[in-house]
Write a protein that binds this ligand. Structure first.
Ligand code: PLP
Length: 371
């Protein structure tokens, strides 16, 4: 039993007797893609009203057996998180800002009336799973182990008069290469003018499954129009750029020593990305002033036409930083800069990945060593 300091939660460690054979694992690690391959183990912790958190385990990865009337299937009381473990330059393994994920997860929990998990238990669970499945953390350049914590409502019954009285928290892990097929070549984005992702007072600031279910139609429309990703606009005026399906956005104004970056303010409808927050801090350190500011679609187009807006990029844990080359909408379309990855985007990407992979100094102690 591994104890978790600062909490009552104690993990029962039950390793599998049938791990994936080494040769198979190595083959899977060659080109894992994103979210297709899973490791040998998972974390499970249960919560019930009156008893709180209990039965914390590290156990063999495998299917769940749930009653068809389980609450999560009907009312989507669910949220998730996403972070990565990175193979460091010296061969050790570290995660990036896991405490920030723990804090954000508990924000999702409060909004969805689900139990908060002590942050120490969250980080301890990450450490346990990564340590157990260390051989699954890729060595290949820019590959990593994606960690997916999530929580589901497990009450049996389809009454809707009150939230579930029992929950299951889990973490699974998946080796990942690049998120967008095609590496870091610029993405083309589709402006969603018919559908919106998040309205004021809603759940846009949480990583709850329903946000993504509601967003697939926008993503599908993007693909049908030859684009890679959807860009969501605000739900009230339908003109302010908010974010993409699973990534925040930044705009670069000016160039050379005059370059600065701007990202839309959070305001309750945008997911508070940890990558976004990191770039707001790293930009100024690289002499690139960073600020929050609203940008309308018309402004975006006009500033590209005048040459003031020189680059744009999307950012998130899964793909780090992706340059945006082209924008398309039902009635308009334009190119950002020359459509190629710009120098500011490239510089920020190298700095962020450099810190995450232990190749650059870590001035804010964001890198959390595991072993
Ligand atoms: C997860 C997510 C992000 C990025 O958050 P990170 O913490 O940087 O990975 C941005 N937008 C949405 C909608 C997301 O789900």
């Amino acid at each position: 039993m591994a104890t978790s300091p600062g909490t009552e939660i104690t993990f029962d460690v039950r390793p599998t007797s049938h791990p994936v054979p080494q040769a198979d694992r190595e083959r899977m690690l060659e080109a894992p893609g994103f979210g297709q391959v899973f490791t040998d183990h998972m974390i499970t912790i249960r919560w019930t009203a009156g008893r709180g958190w209990h039965d914390a385990r590290l156990e063999p990865y495998g299917p769940l057996i749930l009653d068809p009337a389980t609450a999560v299937f009907h009312y989507a009381q669910e949220f998730f998180e996403g972070l990565k473990a990175y193979r460091q330059a010296d061969g050790s393994v570290a995660t990036f800002r896991p405490w920030a994920n723990a804090t954000r997860m508990n924000g999702s929990a409060r909004r969805l009336v689900m139990p908060e998990l002590p942050e120490e238990a969250f980080v301890r669970a990450i450490e346990l799973l990564v340590t157990q499945d260390l051989d699954w953390v890729p060595f290949a350049e820019s590959h990593s182990l994606y960690l997916r914590p999530f929580m589901i409502a497990t009450d049996r019954g389809i009454g809707i008069s009150k939230p579930s009285q029992s929950y299951l928290f889990m973490i699974i892990a998946s080796p990942a290469s690049t998120y967008f097929s095609g590496g870091i070549k610029p993405v083309t984005v589709w402006l969603s003018e018919d559908y919106t992702r998040a309205a004021p007072g809603g759940t846009g600031a949480t990583k709850c499954g329903g946000n993504y279910a509601g967003g697939f139609i926008g993503q599908l429309t993007a693909l049908e129009n030859g684009c890679d990703q959807v860009v969501w606009l605000d739900a009230v005026e339908r003109r302010w750029v908010e974010e993409m399906g699973g990534m925040n956005m930044f705009f670069v104004y000016g160039s050379g020593p005059e370059a600065r970056i701007v990202t839309p303010p959070l305001g309750g409808t945008i997911l508070a990305g940890i990558t976004r927050d990191s770039l707001l801090k790293l930009g100024p350190d690289l002499a690139i002033p960073a600020s929050e500011g609203r940008i309308s679609v018309d402004q975006w187009r006009a500033d590209c036409a005048s040459g003031e807006l020189t680059e744009a990029f999307a950012c998130g844990t899964a793909a780090a930083i992706s340059p945006i080359g082209q924008v398309k909408g039902a009635t308009s379309g334009w190119t950002i800069g020359n459509g190629e990855p710009g120098p500011v985007t490239t510089k920020l990407r190298e700095e962020l990945l450099g810190i995450q992979f232990g190749r650059r100094p870590d001035p804010y102690s964001w890198v959390h060593k595991i072993c």
